[in-house]
Design a protein around this ligand. Sequence first.
Ligand SMILES: [Zn+2]
Length: 471
Amino acid sequence: MIPPMHMVLLAALLLCSWSGAVLAQERASALALVGATVHVGDGAAPIADAAVLIAGERIVAVGPRDAVPLPDGARVVDLSGKHIAPGLVDTHVHYSQTGWVDGRPDAADVRDRYPYEATMATNALHPERFHLAFLHAGVTAVLDCGGYPWTRRLGEATEHDPYAPHVAAAGALLATYDPKVLTLPDQQQFVFPHDADEARRFVRLHAAFGSAFVKVWYITTPEHPLEELSPIVHAAGEEARAVRLPLIVHATTLDTVRDAIAAGAHLLVHSVEDREIDDDFVAAAKAAGTFYCPTLTVRRGYFQVYSAAVDAEVLAQLDGVHPTVAARVRATEELPVRVPQRALQGMAKRFELAEQTMAKNLLRLHQAGVPVVLGTDAGNPLTLHGPSVWPELEAMAAAGLTPGEVLVAATWHAAQAMRREDFGRVASDSWADLVVLDADPEQDVTAWRTVQQVVRAGVLHERAALRQRGE
Ligand SMILES: [Zn+2]
């Protein structure tokens, strides 16, 4: 039965005022978090026995507790013994992927059981599943580095939403290589500029349709060598500069990454992984001010898919993600193993060597002063939106960054890579986007796993309340 129109309107009005009332109540007056050690995020020294005063969506004061007067009626939350840090910023995610192979039929084709069209429709209709998984892991801002056109709307939709991270999205990737199956009949997440003029046209269209970044997937092949693709990438970079959109480049070889910097890349996602970088490269990266997002751990998920075995790390992440994601991750073990054992051993060896090269290159760039940022490539198989930040942070530390340097890379530098300076540190006027941890993230990088509460847009969430249940 269809309800009469006035009843529908009344229900809609009630719903609006109810959710408005909840938010007003959650932010009834000033919120004061007192007694914790504050880890600022921008490299400043930690503040012991601090007070963080929040009004509305923003931090209004932060400092030692006795230096921050609290207004009458403030809601005071005692966090003695805890640690407050800025929410994590993941600069490399994809809302158009799922965290499993149903979103990557080019990696393993399960479309007979999990049709790609239905999977992608679910992603578009339920971005809140990933929003909540990010918050549950302590991630309060993400950069979507390429996907279907609908992702561009996530920025405006999430900006003031206490139940979602800030999202900035690039929209469809400008790609030099066609993975064929990662597309839908009525929309595409890749466009393929065939020459410099076409690249410029795509960039202008991206600007017109509200992309926050331009992302280029820079992959050379014997049929399409660097000499052929470079002018297209450079044209995209020039036009991006003209329309004031930062350029993100996916590149993994020294030659393509070097050329990406020359083309004006603002953010490099992935590492130079084919060989060790040289002095010229380090100097060029530093002079250009390019942000480097090493994305160290994403291959581990692919390896687990190829060997049809999920490791203890990923299994331990499942309580923070949507139940449908967890169920699919567990179904990995039912995938046919298509790669023979010997080939798997070879792959493991290659991945290990690549990880060693990536770690060396990361440390060298970091020590030279190139700003390093956190990014996971979440959405790729078994790199889950949210909790995949933990192994990635730990891999950055294993490469030689101190826990304090990892903190800066994962918050303040990462916010700047998103072209934001209004979050990513615990400071007056910043967004009140915070995590409350049991352990000290400047002592031990595994402290990021001890999230107790998450503050987003001034609303304090118990972590358990962000857990997703049911369908
Ligand atoms: Zn990616």
